[in-house]
Ligand binder design. Structure first.
Ligand code: MOS
Length: 707
């Protein structure tokens, strides 16, 4: 179990409680666990992206020192049908079809990782090669049945003074977590322990126990520090099940930590997307109708839908609407959510089209947003739980100097300067979950099975408990990352502070109630415990959704629609000779309920903006056009923003309203919100600087030069 005690002067300036562990190297990650007798596993992937497996020849590998076994389909059990949130329904090894390059066809087990690697290289895989299906050439099919329709969109578009119809593309991109995904599996008789690098260990149990047909109570998942997730570790992936299967066959613990090249094909990525927007507006930029069609690539057998139309459904007051989601099946592994999913891709299209509408109407893009502000939820008319978007627009424009932007210099040396903006929004993903607070004489212990993906969740939970109990946060210790702890919602979807934070607050209130019942409600709680002669009081808390729902995206079943909002303004320099782009300034203002910890919240949003700049201008995972495989197999040619790409001038602030409908603590979600809208704002800034409209992410230099 991972635990840490918070240190720091007080809530306002509280820094991360886990920082000393990370700085000193004491933080342990999944692969740092080395049970006695552990074997190292490495996957052998199919060398072709499409075809049929004829055979695996392991003879040369098996004679190498240290190699103990090479497992193939003949050795592995057939797994029971995997329930959600398994990322796949079709497990590798379940038939002889090769559907993507890197699909596991064998597993080498060895006494050391070096021996396993040598064994991997010696295994000969015999495949019948077929022509892979490339992105853009796959079979398209409706992803959600019927189109979603509101009003008469054809009539609205026909009546509009201004219409915009454009298609916006974005490249696939991988999460590139620093710590690749990995699992250490150990069986003790019929009981399975997994040390796992995941964002939702509570959900691992259901999938793994079903796969093996064992009792859920016999699976224990320990998920210590997690070296990045961004969605790649949200669902359950085959390697977690394969590690457990290999350990059972070998009769020894097995560590299966994905090599960097294997990470590309054995967990997900954000899909390639093609989005077409048709919108019609009055001459004043008031939307009359909107059509949004989304295509995302998925795998041949497995399906991931990226529901980017959500952005169009819920952001602006549009009377007529038609939304359509399609998937296109290609010879790649299945995609998965990636920061920021759903509205992240959706706003790239919608906000780009809104900027094009502003230009066509000769209006300031901020005024076009204000003209279409939704006073209530456009999806169903419910009032907003709390909505600071107007304040965010105003404050952001003030901080940026938006209205006077073109009075400032348009050139700086080789750089031509442009300005762009976009609205930011996300749904409010809420999951039920539990938390526990143990009040002891020397302090309190928070127990909740959240994950440390770098967001600062331990710090925030410590703070919430301290505040509720009325003790100093440095007297609170948080325990996380173990399925023996109270089950929480997953650590994704920007949901953790809202859900688990509320459960922990409820648990702390339960402790306070017990103290009051003992007649000590008015004392310092630590002092009171001593006087009452009690060593420990245990409080339990839960965060529940209406009707016992397991998930809730916009306050379904409540009187209020719940979303988060914001605005991003960017100043971009373009070098017209080389097509280079520089982010010079960014101002983001966000409406996300109460901000529990300004330090970690600001870090989340700054990280989101940087992530958005990467998506806008750098990140692209190419499908190689002949072989159909991912072109990159390591990080050496993967462009992501580094310090030199990031200006000091990223200005993040919050409207900071208390939202009692969203959660017990007044908070909504933050992290992924910061990554939305940045791409559309940057594209608008490039257009403002150069007159060149790039509708195909990332905005690489050649696209600027080609314009
Ligand atoms: Mo994020 S895609 O919810 O980890």
């Amino acid at each position: 179990m991972t635990a840490t005690r918070s240190a720091g002067p007080g809530p306002e300036s509280q820094t991360r409680v886990e920082a000393p562990l990370k700085l000193t190297g004491a933080a342990r990650y999944a692969a740092d666990h080395r049970p006695d007798g552990v074997l190292h596993a490495i996957l052998v992937g199919a060398p072709v992206a499409a075809g049929r497996l004829r055979g695996v020849d392991a003879a040369a590998a098996l004679v190498l020192p240290g190699v103990t076994a090479v497992l193939t389909a003949a050795d592995l059990p057939s797994f029971h049908e995997l329930p959600p949130p398994s990322a796949v329904r079709v497990m590798p090894f379940s038939d002889d079809r090769i559907r993507y390059e890197g699909q596991p066809v064998a597993i080498v087990l060895a006494e050391s990782v070096e021996a396993a690697e040598a064994g991997r290289a010696a295994v000969i895989v015999d495949c019948e090669r077929e022509t892979p299906v490339l992105i853009g050439r796959g079979r398209r099919e409706p992803a959600m049945g019927e189109d979603e329709v509101r009003g008469d969109v054809d009539a609205a578009l026909a009546a509009a003074a201004i219409t915009i119809e454009q298609t916006y593309l974005q490249a696939p991109r991988h999460h590139h977590t620093m710590e690749t995904s990995g699992t250490v599996a150990r069986w003790d008789g019929g009981r399975l322990t997994l040390w796992d690098s995941v964002q939702a260990s509570s959900t691992v149990i259901g999938v793994v126990s079903t796969a093996f047909g064992i009792d859920a109570a016999d699976v224990h998942v320990v998920a210590p520090h997690t070296g990045g997730g961004f969605g790649a570790k949200g669902y359950i992936w085959p390697h977690e099940i394969l590690a457990a299967a290999a350990a059972r066959l070998a009769g020894r613990p097995v560590k299966l930590h994905l090599r960097r090249p294997d990470q590309f094909s054995n967990v997900g990525y954000q899909p390639w997307m093609e989005q077409t927007i048709r919108l019609g507006a009055t001459a004043d930029g008031v939307l009359l109708g909107l059509e949004h069609e989304v295509v995302n690539n998925t795998a041949l057998a497995d399906t991931h839908i990226e529901p980017a139309t959500e952005a169009s459904k819920s952001l602006y007051a549009v009377p007529a609407l038609r939304l359509r989601q399609l998937v296109e099946r290609v010879s790649l592994n299945v995609p998965t959510p990636m920061r920021a999913p759903v509205e992240g891709p959706g706003l790239w299209a919608l906000e780009s089209a809104m900027n094009e509408l502003a230009d066509a109407a000769g209006l300031d893009p901020l005024d076009v947003r204000l003209a279409n502000f939704a006073e209530v939820s456009p999806a169903d008319g419910r009032p907003w739980s709390a909505n600071g978007l107007r304040e965010a627009y105003e404050e952001g424009a003030r901080r940026y100097g938006w209205r006077t932007r073109h009075q400032r210099a348009r050139r700086d040396g080789p750089w031509v300067i442009g300005h762009g903006m976009a609205t930011c929004t996300m749904g409010s993903f809420r999951f039920p979950g539990a938390g526990r607070v143990r009040l002891r004489r020397d302090g309190a212990v928070v127990e909740a099975n959240v994950h440390d993906i770098g967001t600062g969740v331990q710090t925030v939970l410590s703070q919430i408990a301290a505040e509720e109990l009325g003790i100093s946060p440095d007297r609170v210790e948080t325990r996380w990352g173990d399925t023996d702890l109270p089950a929480t919602g997953p650590t994704y979807g920007s949901s953790t502070t809202m859900g688990t934070g509320s459960a922990v607050a409820a648990a702390a209130r339960d402790v306070s109630k017990q103290l009051a019942e003992l007649g000590h409600g008015d004392r310092d709680p630590l002092d009171a415990l001593g006087r009452a002669g009690i060593d420990e009081l245990v409080g339990e808390g839960r965060f529940e959704l209406p009707g016992g729902a397991g998930f809730n995206a916009d306050g379904e079943g409540t009187p209020y629609a719940i979303r988060t909002w914001g605005v991003i303004f960017t100043e971009v320099g373009v070098d017209p000779d080389f097509g280079l782009l520089r982010l010079r300034r960014a101002v983001g203002v966000y409406s996300a309920g109460r901000i529990v910890n300004p330090v970690t919240a600001r870090a989340q949003m700054t990280g989101g903006i940087i992530w958005g700049w990467g998506k806008a201008t750098m990140e692209e995972s190419d499908q190689e056009p002949v072989h159909g495989r991912w072109l990159a197999k390591n990080l050496s040619n993967v462009a992501v923003p580094v310090n030199a790409d990031i200006p000091a001038d990223i200005d993040v602030s919050f409207t900071n309203e208390y939202d009692e409908a969203a959660s017990l603590i007044g908070a909504r979600g933050i992290g992924e919100l910061g990554a939305t809208g940045v791409d559309a704002a940057v594209a608008a800034a490039v257009h403002d600087a150069t007159g060149i409209r790039v509708r195909d992410l990332p905005i690489l230099p050649w696209k600027v030069l080609a314009g």
